[in-house]
Design a protein around this ligand. Sequence first.
Ligand SMILES: Cc1ncc(COP(=O)(O)O)c(C=O)c1O
Length: 469
Amino acid sequence: MNQQHEALDIGAELAARPALLRDACERAISYLGGVADRPVRPTREAVNDLLELGFPLPRRGLGATHVLHVLDEVGSPATVVSNGPRYFGFVTGGVLPAAQAANWLTAAWDQNAALAVMSPVAAKLNDVALRWIADLLGLPSGVPGGFVTGATMANATCLAAARDAVLTLHGWDAARDGLIGAPPITVVVGAEVHTTVRKALGIVGLGRDRAIVLPADEQGRIVPRDLPDLTGPAIVCLQAGNVNTGASDPFGPLIEWGRRHRAWVHIDGAFGLWAAASPATAGLVAGVEGAASWATDCHKWLNTTYDCGVALVFDPQTLRAAMEASASYLPGTGAENMGLTPQSSQRARGVEVWATLAALGRDGVAALVSRGCELARRFADGMRAIHTGAGGCEVLNDVVLNQVLVSFGDAPRTDAVIAAVQEDGTCWCGPTTWHGRRAMRVSISGWSTTEDDVDRSIAAVRACALAIQ
Ligand SMILES: Cc1ncc(COP(=O)(O)O)c(C=O)c1O
């Protein structure tokens, strides 16, 4: 046996595997046990210590047991506790135990979910999970789609199908001939479109910045008045859940207008579409079922593991035509994940989603959504009750979902309060600018946040706001 072969000893790897995985499991459980009590942001020392991991690739491997030890000792302290109960940054869910456990088992299965022949269980659970999601989100039953990395890719997937479909309507085969020489496509977005829709438009060749922009109101909703006439191929991008305010576009009149002009209506609902899952908020997204495609995420409000986006397209033919892949060694991919998403090889995301939905049930998902909204209102009330001598504390948005925007006066003071909140470590909130005003963004998306966590966070923010005059 040459030296290289000695360096990968199959027998030794197999013999060490059970103890290694038990060690990983124990370390993970111990990490999770500490997330509620740790400062939400890592210390500077912990982040500096990451330098230790940047050593030159060793000639002789360090061995999996040692590597796991180093990863835990150096890596764990340098994590942001985004799956803890007081992380309110971006739109970030924690991971539910059911999702976590299914993820671990699925990692052991190591399935490639591209084709049913590669993983019957992944194919089956993908189908079931997508059906359940469409049902929960009030979308047409059995609407086809696939799991992708996140809402960014889901937007790109849907917009690729949209692009091809509206060009086909006008006699152009974009999947075959591309866009050069194609009839121009009119793209319409709202003034508060999420940046990833623009990115997705760029990826699919429609340009980040050539869309017609419809005005939005003070909550970020498109104003459904004086809508332009659309001629030729057209795509309209709407939004469920503005990333700052949580507000959704008025779907009824906008979808009716889009359809009247034979436009493809797409909805970006990364987290906002989940409003449909709770009777308390379903009215906010009434009418979504009339669109032609939808992008959403499971790793945000549903609290699955990353990365888990969902692209759904009403007409299976258009999605298949855009995503098709064929080769002599492949089975027909028409009904396969590989033929319904941009990816070929892909992890079995549907398994975790199936496990999460099955564990929560319809009522559990509704509770997740309505609790996030209730806690957001509680947070907002707590902010309104802070009285400082220096510019006060103002909630800038109507708190209709799980998002809260808080101003602490002018921009420098607001930024200073946010920096102090992050440094304090009780909770984590990030900055944003809304209609010219600097604000702290609070997004309550994690499953484990309680009223007590919100109250502790309010107290911490209050102390920071009072300390900065
Ligand atoms: C409205 C909206 N669309 C798209 C995205 C992008 O999602 P992802 O990070 O999963 O790609 C986000 C992320 O916050 C969002 O809020």
